[in-house]
Design a protein around this ligand. Structure first.
Ligand code: SAM
Length: 224
């Protein structure tokens, strides 16, 4: 994995963002902070958005889709509690920023990330190539259907709002595995679910998040 030197103007904005996320309780783990520093967010947004990259809000990338808000990425990542060597499924690659962060945390493990829009699939591929990451497999397709070939997964992360988690994703999750997803109509609750021998248990639930909708067969909208 390659480290990219961060210019001073971005570095001070990144440090300010990290301090603010820590203050707000959205960033608590050193490994996630390290990943934020290793994968500067401005490398994952269009050039026109780079000066906004260290503001704690989502930014439009293309096809009406967004790179997630830094505080949301840190929260979802921390909830997932990724361990070295695990196998992760990500639904909704977007810019590839969350993918890169997961790739670092999973170390010797692997991230499978599915994106439904070909333009974003190509955008994320280009962004990730800059960092020479070798433990990520990008897939163009409908993530609502999961990716059976590499299942079962230790962790699944859904990066778009769904009314309910597609059953097939639970089927592809290992027993004792975690799944994090934003669920609900206009505003979402972020939920952390665990698959146990007897069913699905909710571990955490926090309201007032806003995500773009999940598309595809199990989504709220068809792809446009
Ligand atoms: N976390 C990502 C990042 O940091 O760039 C942002 C993800 S963005 C909020 C949600 C992404 O999910 C969009 O790129 C969208 O195209 C994708 N998406 C929506 N429905 C999908 C589906 N059924 N399968 C795969 N990708 C999907």
């Amino acid at each position: 994995m390659k480290r990219i030197k961060i210019e001073q103007k971005h570095l001070s904005a990144l440090n300010t963002l990290i301090a603010s996320l820590k203050n707000l309780g959205f960033l608590n783990r050193n490994d996630v902070e390290f990943a934020f520093k290793n994968f500067p967010r401005h490398e994952f947004v269009p050039t026109s958005e780079q000066n906004q990259a260290y503001v704690n809000r989502p930014l439009e990338i293309m096809k009406n889709q967004t790179i997630s808000q830094p505080g949301v990425v840190s929260r979802m990542t921390e909830w997932l509690d990724v361990k070295d060597g695990q196998c992760i499924l990500e639904v909704g690659t977007g810019s590839g920023w969350q993918t890169a962060i997961l790739s670092l945390l999973v170390g010797t493990g692997t991230v499978y990330s599915i994106e439904i829009h070909s333009e974003l699939f190509e955008f994320a591929k280009k962004n990730l190539e800059k960092f020479k990451i070798y433990n990520v497999n990008l897939i163009l397709g409908d993530g609502g259907e999961g990716y059976l070939q590499a299942s079962p997964y230790d962790r699944i992360i859904i990066n778009a709002a769904c009314n309910e988690v597609p059953l097939t994703l639970f089927e592809q999750l290992k027993e004792n595995g975690f799944l994090v997803a934003p669920m609900g109509p206009s505003s979402q609750s972020l939920v952390l679910l665990k698959k146990t021998a007897t069913g699905i248990t909710e571990i955490k639930n926090q309201s007032n998040y806003v995500f773009v909708p999940l598309l595809g067969k199990f989504g709220k909208k068809r792809i446009s």
